[in-house]
Every structure is written in C-alpha cells, then in structure tokens.
Design a protein around this ligand. Structure first.
Ligand code: HEM
Length: 317
C-alpha cells in the first residue's frame, strides 16, 4: 500500500515537473478558478457578431497577428505610450487590425466574475475560436493557461507578418519559420473566407495582373479606382464574406483571389492540388483549419511564472 501511494506521488510529481518544463497549456486550466470564462467570451462574441459580422473576422486576424509576434501573449494589445513602443503601429497593424475594444469588453466581464485570473492572451484565443464558429465554421478546444507579455516588438510585427504582395515561396518560408507546413499555411489562409480589405492592398492586382477573372477585376475596379479611394473596402471572399466556408478556395480556382498572395496558392505551384481539394471538400478544409488553429494557439505561450495576468489588456500591471 505504502509502496503504491509513494509511486503515485512520484508519478504526480513527475507529471507536474513535465508540465512546468514544457510550459504546457491545458483545456481545463480555469475549471476551478474561472469556470464561466468560456461562456462569458461566447456570449459577448455572440452579441458582437450578430451586430457586426465583420468583427468576427477582425478578431480572428487580431489573434493571428498576436501569435506570429512573440507568440500568443497578447503583446499586440499593449498601447503605445511616451516611453513604450508596442505593435499597434507596426505596418501590418496600423489602421488595419480591429477589435481591441471588443477584447476590452470581454476582459471587463471576465474580471467582474474572476478577478486577476484569466489572461488577455487566453481571451483572444477563445474569442477567435468563437468568431469562426459563430460565422458558420468549425469549433475546437482551445488549450488555456497562457500568460500576458510585459513586452511587445514593433520590429517583429513588421518582419513576421506576411504582406499581400508575397509570393508562394515567401508565404511558405514565413509560415515555415513558425513551424507550419505548406499545407497548414494553405489551410490557415482560408481565414480569408471572411472579412474585408482596403483598395490600396489589392489595386495592383485588379489593374495589372493577368491571372485574374476579368469580370471580377472589372467589378472590383468600380469601387477601387486607379487613383483615390485607398481606404474603400471590399470583401476578400466575393461570394460569402460573412460565412466561414470553403468559398475562398472556389474563388482561387476561378482566378477570383483578391490579394496577389491569395492567388499565389493556385497559380501553377505546389499548393494547387490542395486548393482544388479544399474547394471540393468543405469538411476537409474545416478539419485542417481547426487543427492548424490549435497549433497556432500553441505558439510560444508564456506559462508558469513568466509574464503576468494583466488587469487591463492595454497596459502592463
Ligand atoms: C497567408 C498570408 C496572409 C496574408 C498575406 C494576409 C494578408 C492580409 C491583408 C493584407 C489583409 C487586409 C488588411 C487591411 O485591409 O487592412 C488581411 C485581412 C484578413 N486576414 Fe489575412 N493574411 C494572411 C493570413 C491570414 C491568416 C493565417 C489569418 C487567420 C488565421 C488571416 C485572417 C484575416 C482576416 C479574417 C482578415 C479580414 C479582417 C477584417 O475584416 O477586419 N489572414 N489579411
């Protein structure tokens, strides 16, 4: 008996040690300390997305831009101050990333229910998952237990996030440096089945590129002229911009990708077959996307005694 309980104790200690060494996240991290956190996030996101479906897209992108810079640590949420330069004004984020106030609203409700317990990084990960699901996409279990960064990196935000003019080799290498396979990169790009973008980011494609459907280009040119209208918006997915489906890939097969980088995934290169398959098999895409999102949500989290639980997502405690 004594031998058994000693062994059990040793095993428990060993697995604790393993957890702290690997800084592992877990699905039930807040089970005892904040059992309502998932339902709070879900209910705020339900209201937000019902009022403005695009906000679901914006929150998904916010999560991506957080995770690719220092890992999923809510570094993107820190406001610039006189003495601190954060990520919000980096090229890919300035006048572009939206939804900061939605995260604030969720945080306020979570703090009211469980003070100083749930990280901003976990809130963003849950809100992104709910956004996809509320717009008709898949759902997945979000591993939890991230802590919030006390630092941010404007230079990493400028160098780690892909631009809309990227070619296929660049996309593969940028995602590869974060540990993603080309297949996972192509699946994650399917996020462009929702949301909107500004004329200045796709003007060159609709006026100067050859591998574009001509009636699609003409339609986009109506609200995105050669000069002016830089900030005019267009849906990235011409078919169903507020539904998380596989229409993005159908568009690519039909040469209706809006960004140069989108169409690079179906332009005679290594991802053509996969794009074709996703365009014909919505379930395969949904499954691959959910898996790749869990992988993204595991990028370099702060755990244990690293980082902190921020009280206000916009500033360090
Ligand atoms: C593959 C490389 C990618 C490139 C080059 C890229 C580029 C862009 C650009 C330029 C915009 C428009 C920004 C603006 O108009 O201000 C955008 C929007 C968006 N991106 Fe990406 N992106 C990529 C991958 C991803 C990934 C992996 C996700 C999420 C998993 C994502 C989610 C989104 C969403 C949802 C929007 C619309 C946001 C909104 O309506 O507010 N993108 N992306």
């Amino acid at each position: 008996m004594a031998v058994h309980s000693n062994r059990a104790l040793l095993l428990a200690l060993f697995s604790l040690l393993l957890c702290s060494v690997h800084g592992q996240l877990s699905n039930n991290f807040y089970k005892k300390t904040c059992p309502n956190v998932q339902s709070i996030v879900r209910s705020v996101m339900t209201q937000v997305v019902a009022k403005e479906p695009r906000m679901g897209a914006s929150i998904l992108r916010l999560f991506f831009h957080d995770c690719f810079v220092q890992g999923c640590d809510a570094s993107i949420l820190l406001d610039d101050t006189a003495t601190f330069t954060g990520e919000k004004n980096a090229g890919p984020n300035a006048n572009s990333v939206r939804g900061y106030e939605v995260i604030d609203a969720i945080k306020t409700q979570v703090e009211a229910s469980c003070n100083a317990t749930v990280s901003c990084a976990d809130i963003v990960a849950l809100a992104a998952r709910d956004s996809v699901n509320l717009l008709g996409g898949p759902t997945w279990n979000v591993p939890l237990g991230r802590r919030d960064a006390k630092t941010a990196s404007q230079s990493e935000a400028n160098s780690n996030l892909p631009g809309p003019d990227s070619n296929l080799a660049k996309l593969i290498s940028m995602f590869g440096s974060k540990g993603f396979t080309p297949r996972e990169m192509t699946a994650l790009s399917g996020a462009h089945t929702i949301g909107q973008t500004r004329c200045q980011l796709f003007r060159n494609r609709i006026f100067n590129e050859a591998n574009i459907d001509s009636s699609f280009a003409a339609m986009r040119q109506q609200t995105c002229p050669q000069t002016g209208g830089d900030n005019n918006l267009a849906p990235i997915d011409v078919q169903s911009p507020t539904t998380f489906d596989n229409a993005y890939y159908v568009n690519l097969v039909n040469k209706k990708g809006l960004f140069h980088s989108d169409q690079e995934l179906f332009n005679g290169g290594s991802q053509d077959n996969l794009v074709q398959r996703y365009s014909q098999d919505a379930n395969l895409f949904a499954k691959d996307f959910a898996k790749a999102m869990v992988k993204m949500s595991n990028l370099s989290p702060l755990t244990g005694n690293n980082g902190e639980i921020r009280l206000n997502c916009r500033k360090v405690n």
